[in-house]
Write a protein of this length. Structure first.
Length: 102
């Protein structure tokens, strides 16, 4: 499976998870389409980095994956800082799908 297909699978997992657990994303972010696209992209990068698919994420993503709370908050922009709980729930609750290995 090529990288674009893997990325698409992961992005869809993120979108599905937002629909299921999006109540932990603050309303001021949920109501802003640009912020929500940012959250989707960062969440996708977090899972890709965790599962070693494609290139590793940036310094914020790496600090989240490395469970470095202080570094994650230092590297976070305002949107990511406000969505930290969502990212932690995502990492904890989403398992790598077998379809990525085909």
């Amino acid at each position: 499976m090529n990288l674009d297909n893997q990325y698409g699978i992961i992005k869809n997992l993120v979108i599905d998870y937002i629909e299921k657990e999006g109540d932990v994303i603050p309303l001021h972010i949920k109501s802003n389409p640009d912020d929500m696209e940012h959250v989707k992209n960062i969440a996708t990068s977090i899972l890709c980095t965790k599962w070693k698919i494609g290139y590793p994420g940036g310094s914020f993503v790496e600090s989240v994956i490395n469970n470095d709370l202080m570094e994650a908050f230092m590297k976070a922009d305002t949107t990511n800082r406000d969505c930290m709980y969502f990212y932690v729930k995502l990492i904890y609750n989403i398992s790598r799908p077998n379809s990525l290995d085909k």
